[in-house]
Design a protein. Sequence first.
Length: 286
Amino acid sequence: MAERKRSSSRSGGSTGCLLWIGLICVVALLYLLNSGRIAETLKRTNFKEIVKTQRGADDLPVAPTVPGLPAPKAATPSAPAPEPSAVQPATPAPESAKPENPAEKPAAETAKPQAQPKPAEKPGAETPAAEKPAAAKPLPAKPAAAKSRNAVLYFVRIDDDGVIVRQEVKRQIPATDSPLLDSFAALLKGPSEEELRRNLISLVPQGTVLLSAQVRGSTAFLNFNEAFMYNRYGIEGYAGQLKQIVYTATSFPTVQDVQILIEGERHDYLGGEGVYIGRPLSRNSF
């Protein structure tokens, strides 16, 4: 009986071993067939990191409890950082949303720059414009004096016998680039106050205007307006006005005679009295 019991227990033990061996083989075969999926699942669930963290938390030393003080809190294990392949990277927050931490700013931004000492001025260096003394303003230039020259004009005087006598007058007049025009401008204005006190008058009709003057060779062509044609003193008045014109023009050394023109045209006679002006007149014509 004892031997039967021993043989039956041995046979039962061997059968159990064979079952365990078969189960282990099946598990190993399944693991080999699904090793890729198992590795991917472990990586996706961070199983290894969780196990390591749990082991580290179990290995932490427990702080001794001191009477009268609160018991220290157990350290909470930090969550493991996800691996790049399992978790997508989070979108970085915009710079405007990040709180500024003055401790993280570089020293160049937080620290105020110290005032640099001004370099010593080198001898001979140019003084800044703000420090230069104001330059003295130049005095305003004096206006240039008007040019003038001596002119010889001819007026007439009536003596006690009623005879018309020509009279030479030397006067200081303004000078331009046309001395002949300057002289006739002064002549047509008439005698000055001092000359009137000397009983000098002009027989040139009022309103007479010299339109143009041109010298060709030794002849001066003087072009007057129509007012030159009418003299209220008759033939003696015409003779007197012609003498004033001819003698004033021939006072210039380059002029020998004068051709009278009226409105640009040559006329044979001056006025209704018949004074001939069809040719150039000289001082010898009177």
